[in-house]
Design a binder for this molecule. Structure first.
Ligand SMILES: *[C@@H]1O[C@H](CO)[C@@H](O)[C@H](O)[C@H]1NC(C)=O
Ligand SMILES: *[C@@H]1O[C@H](CO)[C@@H](O)[C@H](O)[C@H]1NC(C)=O
Ligand SMILES: *[C@@H]1O[C@H](CO)[C@@H](O)[C@H](O)[C@H]1NC(C)=O
Ligand SMILES: *[C@@H]1O[C@H](CO)[C@@H](O)[C@H](O)[C@H]1NC(C)=O
Ligand SMILES: *[C@@H]1O[C@H](CO)[C@@H](O)[C@H](O)[C@H]1NC(C)=O
Length: 443
C-alpha cells in the first residue's frame, strides 16, 4: 500500500515537472507568471487544470468535456460536505479514499512571508479558515511555505482570542493548534500569523493554518484561500484594504486559455450590474446566501414547492453562491420540477438518456429552451453554455444540473455552482448586502 503511494507521488511529481516546463514556455501563460502589477487589485484566476496552471494533472480523457463530466461525481462529495456544515454534523465521505471531494477548481497566485514566497492557492468562498502547507509537513505536496525562512512568521498563542475561531482547537506547548476534515483529508497544524498578499498591498499579521500533517487526497496542494463571510476569512482580515467587497469572473470551461479575474475592493467593480440582496444565515455564517425565488424554463415559471427554495435561518436552508462546486444542485423537489419542465419542452417522442450523474441528456439535436434563475429583484437568463454540457466524443447534450444529494444528511441547500457562473462577473458586496451578476466574456 505504502509502495503504491510512493509510486503515485513520484509520477505526480514527474507530471508536475513536465507540466511546469510546458507552462513556462507557453507565451500565453506569461501574464499569469509575471509579478502582480503594482497597485493592481485585479488578479488572474486560473482553472487548476488550465494549460498555464503549475498544478494541472494528467487528464484521464483526451477530451476536456469528458474530464469535466467526471467532475460531477466528485461534486456530490462537496455538496455532502456543504450540507453537513449546515446540519452542524461532521462529514464522513461515502467510500472514503475512493471518492474524493471536488477540490475547489480555481487558483490564484499569492505571496506569503518575508521575503515573500509564492503559492498557488485555491479559492473557496464557502470557507472562513485559510490554510497552507508548511515546512516539515508530513503528507503535504512538494511545494510548501517554508515558514522557517520567513522573518515575520509566528505561531499564535492559545491565549489569543482568535484561537477560539479555529476548528477543533487545542493547545500544544502554549501554541494554538487545529484539526479539520476537508473531504477525505484530515488536516492538522498550528494557527499562525505572517504577512500575506494577493495584490501589491500586503496584509500583515494574517491569521492562517500552517499545516504540519495531512492525510487523504482532497486538500488543494498549495492550500486554501478562504473568501467566506466569517471573521477569520481573508476578506474579513483584509477588510481595511478591500472593504469586504470582491468579484470574480470564472473562465469558461471550454476555453483553452482558462484565465479569469479576481477583483478585490470596491474600486473598479461594475457600476451597472443586476443585484439581489445578500442574506446572512446564522446557521452558517460563512456562506453567501441569496434568495432564489423561482426558475423559468422558456417562458414558463416552473412550479416548485416554495419550501424547496425558502431561506430558513433555523435550518440553514436556502441558496448559496459557491465557487468550489462545479454543477448547480437544487434540492430534490426543485430539481425534479425544473428537469420535468425541460423534458416536457423536448416533446414526448424525444428519448431521454443519462450520462454520468446527469439524468436529462439527448443524443438527437434538440431545440433548447432558455433557463432563467429568478432571484429576489434579479432575473439571470443563462446562456446555453451555462446550463448545457455537450460531450465531444458523442453527440450527447445534457442539462448540466442535478439534485442535491440526500445522504449522509438531507441537503437543504441549493448551490449555484461554477458552471452556471462562468463568463459572468459575480460581485460580493457585503457592506451593501448585495450580490451582483453581469455577463462578461472573461476568457
Ligand atoms: C511554531 O510551531 C512549530 C510546531 O510546533 C515549531 O516547529 C516552530 O518552531 C514554531 N515556530 C516559531 C517561530 O515559534
Ligand atoms: C489532531 O490530530 C492529531 C493527530 O493527527 C492528534 O494528535 C491531535 O490530538 C488532534 N488534535 C485535536 C484537537 O483533535
Ligand atoms: C486564447 O487566447 C488567444 C490569445 O491570447 C486568443 O486569440 C484566443 O481567441 C483565445 N481562445 C479562446 C477560446 O478564448
Ligand atoms: C410521436 O410518435 C408517435 C408514434 O411513433 C407518432 O404517432 C406521433 O405523431 C409523434 N408525435 C410527434 C409530436 O412527433
Ligand atoms: C423576473 O421575471 C418574472 C417572470 O417573467 C417577472 O414577473 C419579474 O418581474 C422579473 N423580475 C425582474 C426583477 O425583472
Amino acid at each position: 500500500m505504502e509502495g503504491t503511494i510512493h509510486i503515485l507521488s513520484l509520477s505526480l511529481l514527474l507530471i508536475l515537472s513536465l507540466a511546469q516546463a510546458g507552462e513556462l514556455t507557453n507565451p500565453k501563460c506569461a501574464k499569469f507568471h509575471q509579478d502582480n502589477n503594482k497597485d493592481s487589485t485585479t488578479l488572474q484566476v486560473l482553472h487548476v487544470n488550465s494549460p498555464c496552471s503549475p498544478l494541472k494533472q494528467q487528464q484521464k480523457y483526451t477530451s476536456w468535456v469528458d474530464n469535466v463530466l467526471q467532475m460531477q461525481s466528485k461534486d456530490t462529495n462537496r455538496l455532502q460536505f456543504l450540507a453537513s456544515l449546515v446540519a452542524g454534523r461532521s462529514f464522513v465521505p461515502i467510500g472514503s479514499g475512493r471518492q474524493i471531494l471536488q477540490t475547489p477548481s480555481y487558483i490564484v497566485k499569492a505571496k506569503i512571508g518575508t521575503p515573500p514566497q509564492t503559492l498557488m492557492v485555491a479559492l473557496d468562498n464557502s470557507n472562513d479558515f485559510s490554510w497552507f502547507p508548511c515546512s516539515g509537513c508530513v503528507g503535504c505536496s512538494s511545494t510548501v511555505f517554508a515558514s522557517t525562512k520567513s522573518t515575520t512568521f509566528n505561531n499564535v498563542s492559545c491565549e489569543r482570542a482568535v484561537c477560539s475561531l479555529v476548528p477543533k482547537r487545542d493547545c500544544d506547548a502554549g501554541t494554538c493548534t487545529f484539526n479539520l476534515t476537508y473531504g477525505n483529508s484530515n488536516i492538522g497544524g498550528g494557527l499562525s500569523v505572517d504577512t500575506f498578499a494577493l495584490s501589491a498591498d500586503p496584509v500583515p499579521q494574517f491569521n492562517f493554518g500552517c499545516i504540519r500533517k495531512a492525510t487523504g487526497s482532497s486538500a488543494p496542494p498549495q492550500g486554501l484561500l478562504a473568501l467566506g463571510r466569517g471573521s477569520l476569512s481573508f476578506m474579513s482580515q483584509a477588510d481595511s484594504l478591500y472593504k469586504s467587497t470582491f468579484s470574480y469572473c470564472l473562465p469558461s470551461y471550454k476555453s483553452p486559455n482558462f484565465s479569469g479575474t479576481l477583483r478585490l475592493g470596491p474600486k473598479g467593480q461594475p457600476l451597472r450590474i443586476k443585484t439581489t440582496p445578500l442574506l446572512r444565515n446564522p446557521r452558517r455564517s460563512s456562506f453567501y446566501y441569496v434568495n432564489l425565488v423561482g426558475v423559468k424554463v422558456g417562458k414558463a415559471i416552473v412550479k416548485i414547492p416554495p419550501s424547496a427554495l425558502a431561506f430558513n435561518p433555523n435550518t440553514g436552508a436556502g441558496t448559496i453562491i459557491d465557487s468550489g462546486t462545479v454543477f448547480t444542485r437544487l434540492v430534490e423537489a426543485a430539481y425534479t420540477a425544473v428537469r420535468n419542465e425541460f423534458r416536457r419542452r423536448m416533446g414526448r417522442n424525444t428519448t431521454v438518456t443519462s450520462l454520468g450523474g446527469f439524468d436529462t441528456c439527448y443524443t438527437v439535436p434538440i431545440t433548447i429552451p432558455t433557463i432563467t434563475l429568478m432571484f429576489a429583484g434579479m432575473n439571470v437568463t443563462l446562456p446555453q453554455d451555462n446550463f448545457l454540457i455537450r460531450s465531444s466524443s458523442s453527440t450527447t447534450t445534457c442539462l448540466a444540473m442535478a439534485a442535491s444529494p440526500a445522504d449522509p444528511v438531507n441537503s437543504v441547500l441549493n448551490v449555484i455552482a461554477s458552471w452556471q457562473q462562468q463568463n459572468h462577473r459575480i460581485l460580493f458586496d457585503v457592506p451593501n448586502s448585495r450580490v451582483g451578476v453581469a455577463r462578461e466574456a472573461c476568457s
